[in-house]
Design a protein around this ligand. Sequence first.
Ligand code: NAD
Length: 378
Amino acid sequence: MEPQITQINSTDPDVVGTNFPLFDEMALRGHEQIVHFSDESVGLKAIVAIHSTILGPALGGARMWPYASEAEALQDVLRLSRGMTYKAAVTGLNLGGGKAVIIGDPKTDKSEALFRTFGRFVESLGGRYITAEDVGININDMEYVRMETRHATGISRAMGGSGDPSPITAQGVLYGIKACVNEMYGKDSLKGMRVMIQGLGHVGIALSELLASEKAELIVTDLDMNKAEKIASRYNGKAIQPDEVFKVEGDIYSPSALGGTINNDSLSNFGYKIIAGSANNQLADEVIHGEALKKMGILYAPDYVINAGGLINVWNELSGYNEKKALKEVRNIYDTLKKIFAIAKKEDVPTYLASNRLAERRITQLSKLSHIHIPHQV
Ligand code: NAD
């Protein structure tokens, strides 16, 4: 998966840890807790941000990345942890939002000792934060973490975990695409719909297979054109070069690689009616491009809603993983998106904003309850 790192200009007065007081920054975004962990003997520098535990324990992946500065790492963990609160809330899970960043190069700085030490730090939070994989961290790393804490998810099926989340994420994207087609064309059938899949990685390949079995027409691309040609010929689709995505037309654009592809350039010649894909942070600027899509009459399935299959998968791991149950819950992505589209229409707002509102309403309503069910840990 590609990293989506906030670029920080160190002369920017708003940069956390420079001129902007940390408590003000926490208050601005509503963070509950930020914890810094350090153990020089194993080279571990980690930050855990707990944005909200109103709906349940704060769950979110740990990302390992060679951040240029501590301020950049802090900014990233604050932004990502808040996003997890919204994702869990809108998906209907009893989970809050959190995230961890480990400052280091995943290619050179990994060790068993580092991940086990990180696991002990997570354990010290007593279940307020539950960790998982993210950019730079794989299942093997997470298994070291799991040796030291019960509060780690995304481990292999062999160890009783939920394994690779990509097939379930792809299944969720398929339900999301159907919700969009239903909204725009009043039907659920994808037969003959031209779907552009940008990126044929773990999710993109699984999605190609699902869409082909629905008799959709595939247009595919990847940086690795051999892969694109292979998938195109397997499903009788068409392979195009990566730089041709916004030169062709289709019904649905399904970003499955990078974030930020909905931007001024792509929207200047946009040939699709629906945007529904797995990539994180698809809108280069949520407000500007979210509004632009509304004005252009393009239906956008908010990324953190349609790609929630992976989160649903690890949520299920907390109470003893059952694939059938996880797959059933992923179907809810269809209904959630239909609800969001209805709010967007009624309140005359872009779909990204309707989604944020739906999440905030659930948090506000449930914050009044004194007891929320928190699942037992594995
Ligand atoms: P991946 O790394 O397995 O695959 C990404 C693919 O995109 C690679 O094959 C790569 O060659 C290709 N690619 C990169 N840049 C490209 C470009 N400019 N044009 C065309 N192809 C390009 O990633 P993944 O696990 O399949 O995830 C895809 C996206 O979905 C990512 O944005 C990820 O953050 C998001 N996501 C994934 C999951 C999951 O369960 N895997 C869950 C939620 C969100």
